[in-house]
Design a protein around this ligand. Structure first.
Ligand code: MN
Length: 500
């Protein structure tokens, strides 16, 4: 359901008209070649669109206004192959609203010591042309990223590709609709927030629907479609039938009914993320479990208890990581910090939720199980049970500080559980937070990060930081180099920087 190929990134080459036709012809040829080769690199999530070399203030302004207006343009890359006096860029940059990457590259990689002359020097001027551009974007305080490196270098290309993914997630956010089935959980603070500000900042629309709206769709689902869905489950999952197979099948069929209803609802209402709330299940027999898990696996954002910000972040991660899930267990999920292992030598965090962890992060083939749920007061829901795949991952939460949104990130190392969890009937992920459980949890709590997060073993801290820069929100991360003293200072400085 996510197709990053629908987006494009415009590639702008800056210059001026005093260079003469010969040089400008070479500039255009060079930048066309850079674009063609970047487009031939399979890691780019969408196409670059080459634009004619920009020589005048009017051309720059018109080009950037067109980029704003384009439904498919998710951002622009600017490269000053030669010198482009930056006053020419002020009018265009003043109105530009989309992600901006300044790519400080150079057509040749190495200095050709034997051949270099002043003609060569006058053609290859990114070293000072891009500094002129850097001054004006700094002076205008433009949200931006700067990447320096040769355009054939793998590391540089990879950084560009990841920035593009963040830009696509920003574009997706502009049209993202997050259905709230019920409100946020009563009295919970961090899952609430300013939905109007979220729409202004991210584009997220967060409409409320009564759970009865979904129940109407559930009543329309045919038995044949449910049977077909069960056949699909049996291909992907093992089923723990237990002693009463008819009962188990009935409970799974009820989740299939919810899943099919949610899919039809989402299609009709243009929904790509949603929340549920166990306090609001009128007319439903089970809390959606397996249904939410399958929808997340298909690219939907989701969070429990009406937590629309986390649902939107899970969708944001799904967009950023689209197409990168190269092997079993690589993906993104709704997550909750649940229980600690407080051994001072082996501090761990066990992440899970009541039911709804995405099977994209499962270390091995998940099992559908039906168990009692001690909360919500409904029938035993079917859910997928598995352990999360080991390896590096991130957790991120967006919290509303009234005058601003803050994104808090933690880098974690998921491990294989040392023992089985024979009595724990939910999907779970066991990780060592960086730099340690103690410092990570202290920093997270000092930053006011929520208990719900978006989790990913594909999305990186840099991608989330790029996304935060593009959307203009505060971002703070906890990783291997974090110390509480420095982290507290960063929070203080941020508070000053973000003072309304
Ligand atoms: Mn929760």
């Amino acid at each position: 359901m996510i197709h990053l190929g629908e987006y494009e990134i415009w590639f702008l080459t800056g210059s001026q008209d005093l260079y003469g036709d010969e040089t400008l012809k070479q500039v255009a040829e060079d930048s066309k070649k850079v674009v063609a080769e970047l487009n031939a690199d399979g890691q780019m999530p969408c196409k670059f669109v080459w634009k004619p070399t920009l020589l005048t203030p009017d051309a720059i302004r018109v080009c950037l206004e067109e980029a704003n207006a384009s439904a498919t343009c998710a951002g622009v890359v600017a490269w000053m192959h030669t010198f482009s006096p930056a006053k020419m860029w002020i009018a265009g940059l003043s109105s530009y609203k989309k992600p901006l990457l300044q790519f400080n590259t150079q057509f040749n990689r190495d200095i050709p010591y034997d051949e270099i002359d002043m003609d060569f020097m006058n053609l290859n001027q990114s070293a000072h042309g891009d500094r002129e551009f850097g001054f004006i974007t700094a002076r205008m305080n433009m949200p931006r990223k700067v990447i320096v490196g040769h355009w054939k270098t793998e590391h540089t290309r990879n950084r560009i590709a990841l920035w593009m993914r963040a830009a696509c997630a920003v574009a997706d956010g502009k049209k993202l609709r997050i259905a709230r089935f019920g409100d946020n959980m009563r009295e919970v603070a961090v899952t609430d927030g300013d939905k109007v500000e979220a729409m202004i900042r991210f584009g997220w629309s967060v409409p409320y629907y009564g759970i009865g709206d979904l129940v109407e769709y559930m009543n329309q689902v045919s038995d044949g479609d449910i049977t077909q869905a069960i056949a699909g489950y049996e291909k992907k999952y093992d089923i723990q039938w237990g002693s009463d197979k008819a009962f188990t099948l009935g409970q799974i069929r009820e989740q299939a009914r919810i899943e099919l209803a949610l899919r039809a609802f989402a299609k009709n209402e243009h929904i790509n993320a949603f929340t549920t709330n166990f306090q609001d299940l009128h007319g439903m027999k089970q809390l959606p479990g397996l249904a939410c898990q399958n929808l997340m696996a298909d690219g939907f954002g989701f969070a429990g208890e009406g937590d629309w910000k986390t649902a939107a972040m899970v969708r944001t991660f799904k967009v950023m990581s689209s197409g990168l899930s190269s092997s079993q267990g690589m993906g993104d999920s709704f997550m909750e910090d649940y229980t600690y292992n407080l051994d001072p030598e082996n501090g761990l965090n066990l992440g899970a939720h009541m039911l709804e962890i995405c099977p994209s992060i499962a270390a091995s083939r998940p099992t559908i199980e039906v168990h009692q749920l001690g909360i919500g007061g409904r029938e035993d829901p079917a859910r997928l049970v598995f352990n999360g795949k080991k390896g590096p991952a991130v957790c991120a939460a967006v919290v509303d500080f009234g005058s601003r949104f803050r994104c808090v990130i933690n880098e974690v190392e998921v491990i294989d559980p040392p023992k089985a969890f024979p009595k724990l009937p939910v999907a779970r992920v066991l990780w060592k937070p960086l730099p340690s459980l103690e410092t990570s949890a202290e920093a997270w709590i000092l930053a006011g990060g929520g208990h719900h997060t978006a989790f990913s073993n594909i999305v990186t801290v840099d991608m989330i930081r790029d996304w935060a820069e593009m959307t203009g929100i505060e971002c703070i991360s906890i990783g291997k180099d974090t110390t509480i003293t420095a982290f507290r200072n960063e929070l203080r400085w941020n508070a000053a920087a973000w003072r309304p």
